[in-house]
Ligand binder design. Sequence first.
Ligand code: ADP
Ligand code: MG
Length: 643
Amino acid sequence: MYIVQSGMNIESYTQILTRYWGFTSFKPLQEEIIRSIAEGRDTLGLMPTGGGKSLTFQVPTLAQEGICLVITPLIALMKDQVNRLNSLEIKSIAIHSGMSGEEIDNALENSIYGDYKFLYISPERISTRIFQAKVSRLNLSLVAIDEAHCISQWGYDFRPSYLKIASLRDHISEKVPFLALTASATPQVIDDIMKKLAFREKNVLRTSFDRKNISYLVRKVEDKGTYLIKTLQKAKGSGIVYVRSRKRCKEVADLMVANGISADFYHAGLTDELRDKKQASWTIGETRVIVATNAFGMGIDKSEVRFVIHWDIPDSIENYFQESGRVGRDGKPAFAVLLYSPSDKSRLIDTIRKKFPAVEKIKDTYEALCNYLQVPLGSGKDNVFDFNMYDFVSKYRLPVIEAYNSLQFLQREGYMEFTEEINNPSRVHFIVSRDDLYKFQVANESFDGFIKLLLRSYTGMFAEFVPVNEETLSRKSAATRDTVYQYLVKLSTLKIISYIPGKKTALVIFTEERLVRKALMISPDNYLHVKEKYEVRLDKMIEYADSDGHCRSVYLLNYFGEESDRCGICDVCRERNELDLSKYEFDLILEDIKSVLSEKNPDAEELVKMIDYPEDKSIKVIRWLLDHNKIVPDNDHKLTWGS
Ligand code: ADP
Ligand code: MG
C-alpha cells in the first residue's frame, strides 16, 4: 500500500492518481474537492456524469490512514467499483442486501481488522442493527455519499434510507467529513442535501453543466419514423435513440434496419449476455445506432457518441439532461434531439394518473405483497426476500404499472426498499482451519480430490467468501456441473465450507414490521406533495419542448441554477438568429447604415462596402431592414431610410 501522510500537497495526490490510475492530471474540480475534504470539511461536489466523481473520494482515501465508507444505491455499480479497486490492489469490500448475514458479518469484521481502504454499502443496510453496532469500531477517514440527490424528497429519485445517513454522525468521530456527490440537483435539492446530511457548514463545489459542443434540438414532427430515417441517413457517427417502451425499442430498430441503417435494440427484458453483447457491439462501432429504454446508460464508456435522440419525451429535465448528456464526451460537435408531437403532451400528462395510484390501491398492493412473501403481522423488519415482480402481479392479478408504482410509494414511505436485479455468483468460504481441513481430507478420501481442486482454483477462501464458478470447476474436473454442486452442498452440510449458490434476482427488504391495513400510512408529504413536485417537473419538461422562446441550453442550465449566455447552436438560437448576430452587433451595424443613408443613397451592394463591418453580417442586417421596410429601394435600387 502506497500511503503518503504528513505534509500532503497536491503533487502527492497527483502521484497517487498516476500510480494507481495512470492519469497525469486532475479533471476540473477534482483537486478542489480533494482539498476541501482534506481540510476536514463537509463537501457537496456537483459534477456531470462522467466528470470523475469517484476519484474525488478514492484519491484522498489512499493518501491517509483509515477506511472510506462509500454509500451508493446501485448494487451492480457498487460491485463494479469494488472489483476495479481490487484489481488495482486497493483492498475494498462491499456490503449489500444480496449478501447473507454471515457474509455481511464477515465483511464488517474484515473492515475493522483488515487493512481495507474502501467499504461500500447500500443505503438500506445503514440502519440495520449489525451495522450500527459495528460502525463505531471502523477506523473511518471519510464518508462518501454517491448519488446524493436520493436524499431529497423533492428530488426525482428519493430513497428513504438515505435519510438515515446523518444518524451515522452519532456513531463516528466528528472529525470524519462527509462528501456528498451528485450529477443532478436543482438549487432546492442542493440545500436539501446539505440539510439532510447535517452538514456542519454549507460548502458546495460545482463544475458548470454547460456542454458547449452539444446542439440541443426540439423537432416537432408528426411522423417520427420518417424523420428518424431521413436524419440518420444524412447524419454521421454513432448514437442512441431513447424510447419509452420495450416493444417500441424493437419496432424502431427494425424500422431503421429496414431502411439500411445499422441498428439494434436494448432493454432490461433481455438476458445479461445479450445485453452485454449488444452494448459491446455498439461501443466498438459494429452497431451504429442503439435503440434503448433508459435501462441503457449504466457504465457506458464511449466518448464519441454523435447524437442522442429521444423518441418519447422524458418526465423530467433531470432525466433528459442525464440521458442526452451521453453525447459528445469527446468535446466534438454533437446533437441532443427531442422528437415532439402534439399528442405527446397529453400522453405525458396521462402518466400522472398511472404514477399515482389511489391510496386504497397502494394498500391493496401492500397486503398482497405481504401475503405473497408470507410475512405475518407484526414481523418482517430487516428481512430480505427474493422478488419476482412478474410472478407477483400474475399471482395476484394486479395491473403491473399500478402495482409497480404502488410499491414505489411503499418505498417512499419507508416501509420497504427494492433493489435492482442483481447477479450474485456462487460463493465459498472455508469455516474450518487449514489443519482441521487436512485432518478431514485424510479421514474422507472421497472428498480429497475435490477439495484440492477448490484450493488450486481459488485463493483467500479461508479468510472470506470467494466467488466460485461451478461451470469452471466442472470443466477442470471432468465431473458434471451437478456433481460439483453435490460436492459443495455435501461439504456445506458437513460444516467444512459455507456455500451460497449463485442466483440472479431483485430483492425486497422490509424496513418496518408488517402493519395492519388501518395503521398503514401514506402521508400527504409523501403523496400529495410528491405529486405536486412531479407535476412541476412535468410542466418544466413540457415547457422545454413546447416553447421556442428560450435558448435550450440556457433553459436547461437555469433549471439547475446556473446562468449562461445563449449557446447559439440550439434550434431556438439558430432560428431566432437566422441573422446569427448578437443584439449588440446588430445595433452597431444599424447605426452605421442609418448614418450612411442620411447622407447618401447607395444601392445595397455599394452600401455594404461603405460600412465598416464584415460583409456577411452587414448583408444580413440590410436584408432584415429591407424585409421590415426600414429601408426602401427606389426604381434604381437606391436605398433610403424608410421611417
Ligand atoms: P462520474 O461518477 O462523475 O460519472 P466517474 O468517476 O465514473 O465519473 O469517472 C468517469 C471517467 O473518467 C472514468 O472512466 C474515469 O476513469 C475517468 N477519470 C476520472 N478522473 C480522471 C482524470 N483525472 N483523468 C482522466 N480520466 C479520469
Ligand atoms: Mg459516479
